[in-house]
Each structure stands twice: as structure tokens, then as C-alpha cells.
Ligand binder design. Sequence first.
Ligand code: ADP
Ligand code: MN
Ligand code: MN
Ligand code: MN
Length: 336
Amino acid sequence: MAKIKAEYIWIDGHRPTSKLRSKTKIINGPIRELTQIPEWGFDGSSTMQAEGHDSDRSLHPVAFVPDPIRRGDHILVMNEVRYPDGKPHESNKRDHLVAVSDQHQAQEAWFGIEQEYTFFQGRSPLGWPDGGYPAPQGPFYCGVGADEVFGRDIVEEHLEACLYAGIGISGVNAEVMPGQWEFQIGPLGPLEIADQLWLARWLLYRIAEEYGVNASIHPKPVKGDWNGAGAHTNFSTKAMRETGGFAVVEAACKKLGQRHAEHIAVYGAHNEERLTGLHETCSIHEYRYGVSDRGASVRIPLITAKAGKGYLEDRRPSANMDPYEVCAVLMETVCS
Ligand code: ADP
Ligand code: MN
Ligand code: MN
Ligand code: MN
């Protein structure tokens, strides 16, 4: 038995977009399973999760990974926020996803999320001239060279950290707007992907902090003729992945069109600034799907059309979406 540092991470009640919070607890380790990690608490009045008095809220551990920053036996712990009596707090969107994923377990839903984000130093995106603009978009997407790429050291360190933590990260790339990047997680089941995306976001903020850089997930970090930041959510069920799956993918695309408003409602705040119909998006007021169409709301990847089975890409979720809500609504619409 030795003392270890457990970083308890949770999602606050900030509106319209929740933020991450964390604090350290010294516990007995090493930790082998979740049940060894004690529940903890915090002051909800400082996180928009309580009014003044009676503000104790509890942290209920739901997942843990090795801590890639402190290393050794230290861990990161993802938590749900609950009232002291165990009832889930209104800001806790995970509780609902647990119910939805239990209900549809037989369909074996997989998710792959592309998290776009933008590095900021002070008020400008990283690498941008102070108060000015870089050259127009064009050469930056998947670019190389000091004139095109800004923040690669942070991206590499974040990638290493995710791998160390056992997060199912599947790739990274530089994006269309300079200073903007993407990492992908998955494919994984609904709870795994959502817990791991939040942990990967926390690691990104934490690592960028060392460089004096802030990672923003605002859907339109720079107004004007610059790409916004999304969180394309790739989705499949077992039936979509098997022979004859293309028809199931198409049926899902049609179902998604019938509940466009319900989806947009949980696809992230300020998403209307990004879903304009320009910059590889479809207008927020329209719903369209198509094979290989990056101007559609939902794209059927060419490899899915060619193979006759596979997955669909919902391009509507914005970078600041809550994956607990996005995974839940996708399963509710497609799996029901
Ligand atoms: P894009 O061409 O849109 O940039 P990416 O390569 O960035 O695509 O992301 C594709 C995502 O799709 C990855 O996160 C990958 O894990 C995920 N993915 C691949 N196959 C499936 C599947 N069958 N179900 C769900 N997600 C999948
Ligand atoms: Mn991508
Ligand atoms: Mn992208
Ligand atoms: Mn994509």
C-alpha cells in the first residue's frame, strides 16, 4: 500500500456549455478496480451546481486511467456529479446515456468522434500575427513546415499522453484554419467514447497549459471566412457493419432527418455560427444526407458505399458538444 495522487475530474454546471473541473485526492494505491476509488465531494456553489447553502455535491467515480502527467501509480478519475442522496445532478448527462445504452445494448453501437479545436495564445489563435490575420486558408490542412503549422509539440505530447492513458485515440491532423487541429477517438461503445473524450479534452487543456496556450472548442473561434470547429460523430450498429448494412445506414440517415431539431438542440451552443452552409457544412436549418458529401448534414463515407456496409458520419455536432448527450440522442433516434 502506497499513497497515490488521484485527479478527480468532473463536468460543471456552466451554461450554455459545461466546463471541466478537477482536484487532487491522496488515496491508497495502487488502484486495480473502480470500486477501490472512494466517492468524494465538492462545493457546488462555485461550479454552478448549487445555490449558496446546502451546496455539497458528490463525485461518483465512473472510469479511471493511468495519469500520463504524474505517471507511476497515479490516476485520472472521471466522475458523475450527484446529490448527496445519490440522485444525479441536472448537469449530469451521463446518467441518461447509461440507461439508453443499456436499452439498446443488443445493437452494439460504435462511435468514432473527430474532436476539432483551436489553440489560442492571448486573444489570437496560435501562430497568428498579433491583432492581424495569416494568409487565407488553403495550405494549412495536414500541412508541414514552420510557416504553416503551429502547436505541433503540444499535439504530439497530447497524443503520447492519450496513448499512455489507454484512451482509444485513433489519429490526429492539422486542420484547415491555422492553429486549428483535430484528434479522433474510437470506434468505441457509447460510454467508453464519451468518458474518454472528456478525459482527452482534460489532457489537452492540461498539457497546453504548460505551454501558456489555451485550447478552445468554440464552434466558431474566429468570425468571417475561417472554418469553424466541429465534432463529427461517426456511428454504426452491428447491422450496419454486416452484409447488407448499406440499407440499414440509409434507413438511419432518413430517421435522423425526422428528428433534426431534437439533435440540433444537443449538438452544442453557438452551432448556428458554424453550420452556415459554407466551409464544408450544411445550414443548421436544413437536413441532407449523401454519399461522400461534405456539404451534407450526414455523410455516408465512400468506403461504406463501396463495401455496401459500414457507418455514417453525422457532421452536425459542434466541437463543444457533450458526447454523453450526442451519443444518447443518436441511439434514441437510430436504434429505436
Ligand atoms: P474524416 O474523413 O471525416 O476526416 P476521420 O478519419 O477523421 O474522418 O475520422 C473517422 C472516424 O470514424 C474515426 O474516429 C474512426 O474511428 C471512426 N470509425 C471508423 N469506422 C467506424 C464504425 N464502423 N463505426 C463508427 N465509427 C467508425
Ligand atoms: Mn477528420
Ligand atoms: Mn476535421
Ligand atoms: Mn469528418
